[in-house]
Ligand binder design. Structure first.
Ligand code: HEC
Length: 167
């Protein structure tokens, strides 16, 4: 009876062991299959993230990359900030000569000159509307006469200069 029992136990135990081994091999095969089906090219975003994590916490603060260099870089960035043209001067005549005269002296593309008869009914427009035309651009005239660093006041000053000179 006991011997019979042992034999049954050993047989069942062997079946379980074999089943586990088969299961193990299956898992390994499935894992291999999944691994091979994966796209193993690292994505650009992941690569960038990895490189960012690898950056030193703080840059070396000496020599080429040191304090003086960092300050020079900051100063360069500050001067690269958009600045108002002509140091903010509101000398309408100067601005007209440097920016507007290129078109308006000769009447390029129908630009009104300082001669009254070239203005037509533009002279009926409000000063504010004329200024707005220059700020926003009109026809062949680019916004601010092509000088985006001109402030509204500077545009107004140059328009006033023109209106004063028209004869
Ligand atoms: C690239 C050439 C060009 C430059 C630079 C330019 N203008 Fe003009 N401007 C024109 C032309 C062309 C017109 C006519 C546009 C139209 O009516 O289609 C015009 C029209 C105008 C008008 C009439 C706007 C209206 O509402 O009828 C004013 C005022 C004027 N310009 C002022 C200026 C001033 C001030 C500057 C300089 C800050 C300037 N322009 C620079 C070409 C130029």
């Amino acid at each position: 009876m006991s011997e019979e029992h042992d034999r049954i136990f050993i047989r069942n135990f062997s079946i379980v062991i074999v089943a586990l081994m088969v299961f193990t091999v299956l898992i390994v095969l499935v894992a291999l299959a999944i691994h091979q089906s994966q796209d193993r090219e690292p994505s650009a975003a992941r690569q960038a993230a990895v490189e960012e994590r690898l950056q030193p916490l703080a840059g070396v603060y000496a020599g080429e990359t040191g304090r003086a260099a960092a300050q020079a870089e900051a100063a360069a960035a500050a001067t690269a900030e958009p600045q108002v043209a002509f140091d903010g001067s509101t000398d309408g005549g100067m601005i007209y000569d440097r920016v507007c005269a290129a078109c308006h002296d000769a009447g390029v593309a129908g630009a009104p000159t300082l001669a009254r008869d070239t203005w037509g009914d533009r002279l009926d427009k409000d000063r504010e509307d004329l200024i707005a035309s220059v700020i926003n651009g009109l026809g062949a005239m680019p916004p601010r006469g092509g000088r985006n660093d001109l402030s509204d006041e500077q545009v107004a000053a140059s328009v006033d200069y023109m209106l004063d000179r028209i004869e």
